[in-house]
Design a protein around this ligand. Structure first.
Ligand SMILES: Cc1cc2nc3c(=O)[nH]c(=O)nc-3n(C[C@H](O)[C@H](O)[C@H](O)COP(=O)(O)O)c2cc1C
Length: 175
């Protein structure tokens, strides 16, 4: 089956809790996985001093290849990881330069997996993703919250992830 989706794993450890959920999600969908923790991606700056790091080629590959982008982030301090925030900031590079790549995001789908310490997730977590989707002309498909217990994925979480995967093929949510 042709892969049309990618999971962008944004944990500060490549084999941590988020990765367990990403591996499960990957098995169910066949989506490719990109581990941001293995990439050298510097902060956004207005002089584009980091333009030769890993971001430029990585973003172009994502923009050209995938229709659905799933961000998988641990919850760090109630929000997305720093790795993911830097990745999102760097999309701005393509709103200033080589804008044709930024425009390629239009019409793509965005979804989010969070991985926290338990079932609790605070209001406001999804706002940056929804609003960024709107700004970029993407369709926000929603969010599933997960956690790990005793080094494995609880059955409740597996059920929720499976339900979430079914939603990905349905109509986009109107924000
Ligand atoms: C810096 C840091 C901040 C965290 N903040 C939160 C938080 O605000 N809410 C929460 O539920 N868990 C928090 N946690 C726990 C992680 O979200 C949880 O352990 C997660 O499963 C870790 O995934 P990882 O192994 O991929 O990093 C935090 C962990 C770290 C390291």
């Amino acid at each position: 089956m042709k892969t049309t989706g990618v999971i962008i794993q944004a944990s500060s450890r490549s084999k941590g809790n988020t990765e367990k959920v990403v591996a499960f999600f990957q098995q169910q969908t066949g989506f490719d996985v990109i581990d941001l923790n293995t990439k050298n991606i510097g902060h956004f700056d207005y002089e584009f001093n980091n333009k030769d790091d890993d971001f430029n080629a990585l973003f172009k590959q994502i923009a050209k290849k995938y229709k659905t982008i799933v961000f998988a982030t641990p919850i760090y301090w109630y929000t997305m990881s720093g790795l993911l925030k830097v990745f999102l900031d760097r999309i701005s590079d393509f709103l200033f330069n080589e804008k044709e790549y930024g425009r390629m995001l239009r019409g793509k789908k965005m979804a989010v997996i969070s991985c926290g310490s338990d079932d609790e997730i605070f209001e406001g977590f999804t706002m940056p993703f929804k609003e960024s989707s709107n700004y970029l002309g993407m369709h926000f498909l929603g969010h599933v919250h997960t956690w790990i217990e005793n080094d494995s994925i609880p059955e409740l979480v597996k059920t929720r992830v499976n339900e979430f995967i079914l939603q990905l093929n349905k109509k986009p949510i109107i924000n």
